[in-house]
Design a protein around this ligand. Structure first.
Ligand code: FMN
Ligand code: MN
Length: 496
């Protein structure tokens, strides 16, 4: 029997979403050219259930797409339900629950994958002349995109030439031809690092791409774990079960055995092609394409009636915010706490499109430290800005932990009332950073540094362990017993 459960089996994940009313099966005919993208975009923006497109124009019967695999849900308590399901957590999990689970697994022993003979991903195997990516309903997601995107929610599998490091990572791939894809392999990301190792030897990089992967695996592939750390072992630790894998048909890489679709082949050492533009995580599309490496597909294997997951990137909240942002938050919280800094929580507000990270500072510990704002800011910058997660997010906001940083309303209030113009803003023009940030100057983007800042919403009194003023609110302004009385009587007052 193949491995089951929503965290380790994409098909089970989809079935669970349908059962919970957090996915909707669409039997009406939908066109992969823009209509899938438009529906998926509106789903994100209205926090509607994930669309399972079961009847696609021009597609082979049975071939399906799942949009918004980690979109938010509009029903308050289950807002993060689709995200939590990726980890097999209850649908009512909070950001704190999810982050602590992710961090616990970072400190646990990795559980390496195990091979299995029971591999649904091999139900259909295409080799040689039979390889044809056009068989799949590859969507054109935005009208401004430079092409149709096959890989928006799948991960690359590559390994270092000495075989000691296997990397699973998400990076987008655009359809280039019947047997070719094109997409970025940034040198600072692990895909690019391992690709560079093979190129130095003048060799193509053995490669596979997994679509409809176990949800915990795709989330880990979107997580900035350190270099040399195998994401596959992390997924084992995270789920408590080794991922069941199977050898690729045409190279020595291993892929999750129950994946919906697996592409195998090589990344060319020298061949590039124009890729993009594409609507991106920061919410914009810039009208340029760039030369990127070409991926040659030598084999396709897939399940019967395969489901290809789709992220239609753009304005939040989509998977670049709910998955990438959450995974960056976990890695950063672990980093800062492990460095002994008085950090209570880290959250990349989804609304900020993974362009800022809010760090909440433990007020009690801050008061005891006897430090200054400048010293705290520099200590955080030193730990964060040279790290793999910190490279990804340019703006950092510090607030005391009387604020729930996962509530954007509270973060806005703190920024408006606590940050002091002129003295609360610290810039780091020499810090390295992801060059995709929209506001970078051409020089900064070319140098991949600058545009980084820390804004402190800490009040001077908070460095002495006290707050300036009392928060005038339901929680702050009434005795506990009266709060409880009001809560107990809420419906009898006539409220719902
Ligand atoms: C939906 C989604 C799409 C992403 N697309 C890209 C991409 O196109 N290029 C990229 O470098 N990173 C992309 N990322 C972020 C990387 O997956 C992430 O930074 C991860 O840490 C990279 O793996 P690595 O740490 O092993 O290098 C994406 C993440 C998600 C969740
Ligand atoms: Mn990695």
């Amino acid at each position: 029997m193949p491995q089951h459960g929503p965290a380790l089996n994409f098909r089970d994940f989809v079935d669970d979403l349908l059962a919970a009313g957090d996915a909707v099966r669409i039997d009406q005919r939908v066109d992969p050219e823009l209509e899938v993208g438009a529906i998926t975009r509106r789903v994100y923006e209205t926090k509607a259930p994930a669309p399972l497109f079961a009847n696609l124009t021009g597609a082979e019967p049975g071939f399906r797409l799942l949009g918004a695999p980690a979109g938010l849900n509009s029903t308050g308590a289950q807002q993060y339900g689709r995200l939590a399901a990726h980890f097999g957590l209850p649908r009512t999990s909070t950001p704190r629950d999810i982050l602590e689970k992710l961090i616990e697994a970072m400190h646990a022993d990795p559980l390496s994958p195990v091979t299995t003979a029971d591999a649904p991903c091999k139900e259909h195997v295409q080799l040689g002349d039979d390889v044809d990516l056009e068989r799949f309903p590859v969507p054109l997601l935005h009208q401004e995109d430079g092409g149709r995107y096959f890989g928006t929610y799948g991960f690359h599998v590559v390994a270092s030439p000495d075989g000691t490091w296997t990397s699973w990572s998400i990076s987008r791939t655009m359809l280039h031809g019947r047997t070719t894809l094109v997409g970025p392999a940034m040198p600072q990301q692990h895909l690019g690092m391992i690709h560079a190792m093979w190129r130095e030897r003048g060799l193509p990089t053995p490669w596979a791409m997994v679509l409809g992967a176990p949800p915990a695996a795709v989330a880990a592939a979107g997580m900035p774990l350190p270099a040399q750390v195998n994401e596959d072992g992390y997924v084992g630790a995270l789920t408590g079960h080794p991922v069941e894998v199977v050898r690729a048909e045409t190279n020595d890489l291993y892929v999750p055995a129950n994946a919906e679709i697996v592409l195998e082949g090589t990344i060319s050492p020298d061949e590039t092609a124009p890729e993009g533009p594409m609507g991106e995580y920061h919410g914009y599309s810039f009208a340029e394409s760039r030369p990127q490496p070409v991926f040659h597909v030598d084999a396709i294997t897939h399940r019967t009636d395969p489901i290809l997951p789709v992220c239609a990137a753009g304005l939040p909240p989509e998977e670049n915010h709910t998955i990438w942002g959450t995974m960056i938050s976990a890695a950063s919280l672990d980093l800062l706490r492990s460095a002994g800094l008085p950090v209570d929580m880290v959250w990349c507000s989804y609304e900020a499109a993974t362009c800022w990270m809010v760090i909440s500072i433990d007020l009690d510990r801050l008061g005891r430290l006897g430090t200054t704002e400048r010293a705290l800011v520099d200590a955080i910058a030193e730990v964060l800005f040279d790290s793999h997660p910190g490279w990804l997010v340019p703006k950092v906001i510090l607030v005391a932990n009387d604020i729930d940083i996962t509530d954007i309303d509270q973060v806005v209030w703190a920024m408006a009332t606590r940050a002091h113009p002129g003295t609360s803003h610290y810039t780091f023009p020499d810090a390295p950073g992801i060059p995709l940030v929209p506001y970078l100057t051409p020089d900064e983007a070319r140098a991949a540094k600058g545009g980084k800042s820390i804004t402190s919403c800490l009040q001077p009194e908070q460095f002495q362990g006290t707050n300036k003023g009392i928060t005038a609110s339901f929680r702050g302004s009434y005795p506990k017993h009266l709060q409880q009385h009001v809560l107990d009587n809420w419906t009898s007052y006539g409220f719902r």
